[in-house]
Write a protein that binds this ligand. Sequence first.
Ligand code: DGJ
Length: 379
Amino acid sequence: METKLRPYLVSLAALTLCTLSLFGQRQRPRQYDYPATLDTEGKHVNAHGGSIFRHGDQWLWYGEARPERGFTSVGVALYTAPATADMSQPQTVAWQNRGLVMSVVDEAGSPIERGCIIERPKVLWNESDKQFVMLFHLELKGRGYDAAMTGFATSKTAEGPFVLHHAQRPNAGKWPTDFTEADIAHAKTLKINDFKEWWTAPWRKAIAEGLFLWRDFEAGQMSRDMTVFTDDDGTAWHIFSSEDNLTIHAAELTSDYLGYTGRYYRIAPGGQNEAPTIVKHNGTYWLLCSGCTGWDPNEARLFSSKSIAGPWTQHPSPCQGRGAKRTYGAQGTWMLNYGNGILFMADVWNPRSLANSRHLWLPLTFDTVGNPIVTGPNQ
Ligand code: DGJ
């Protein structure tokens, strides 16, 4: 009996070891493949899900300040570099840590009470009000990712402190701008209880037709992963994962950037896209997103349109080379157009230590027919 069982037990042990090692590999944070991005003090830049833009004589890099352990937030950090820095070689730029420009607070009941989650902060300079406006994905203390709100904060100086203006869900009581009267009338007939099972064909159809739009109509639309974009005419847009991460919304901001005009469009309804990043090139808007797999990387998704209002066309991922199928282990956060080129900025998340998530910045160029290409890091 014992002899008969031995080969079986040996194979079982081998299989277990193999599975464990595969699992271990999957779990091993990919950021170890990439070097840290060191600031002027030799410390890894703790500014994730962020954005970089030039203001005056500086490059401003705002991002999530994350703790060494755990998933809640510390606040938003700023790193700066002189405007003369060579952004085509971002790893060589000497980033100076300017500290937290917005911190979580200890005041009970504040939307940014310690224990909240602040993700993907993006900052805009508002020329008429002469102030910086920060938008960020906000999740309230103790509620996981349920609140799905947008926080707005302002500061007269780049270095802050940014003061929370308010937090909200976008576009309460508003239908997408391109919804017709018939679309609206139909969406109003959709009932959550009729679609309890997700991912079925009728459920997918109902999602595209506005099942979740209608569910969230009064409270406002969910807003999670996000970016901002200022168009050539000065109109600013907030682009975010909505409808339980199923559909991207592009919502026009008011001229002070502190609210919504009510004009908004849906992109790829039901497509399950997050981590939106956007760049405009030769009159075409290119939107590069990820799929939804938590902190794990997945294949990037590319969309283009001649107008924010759509229609949007999906294209194959622009990522090329080794690791392209999983966006080289990263997830986008920003498109930095630095004048002489464009960088696709991405985070290589390390959920075991979010503060140590790596930064991967890759050149985005255009091929001879004008389609974007992201060149891999040759890891
Ligand atoms: C993926 C998002 O892109 C991140 O910003 C973060 O929200 C994680 N999901 C949380 O799982």
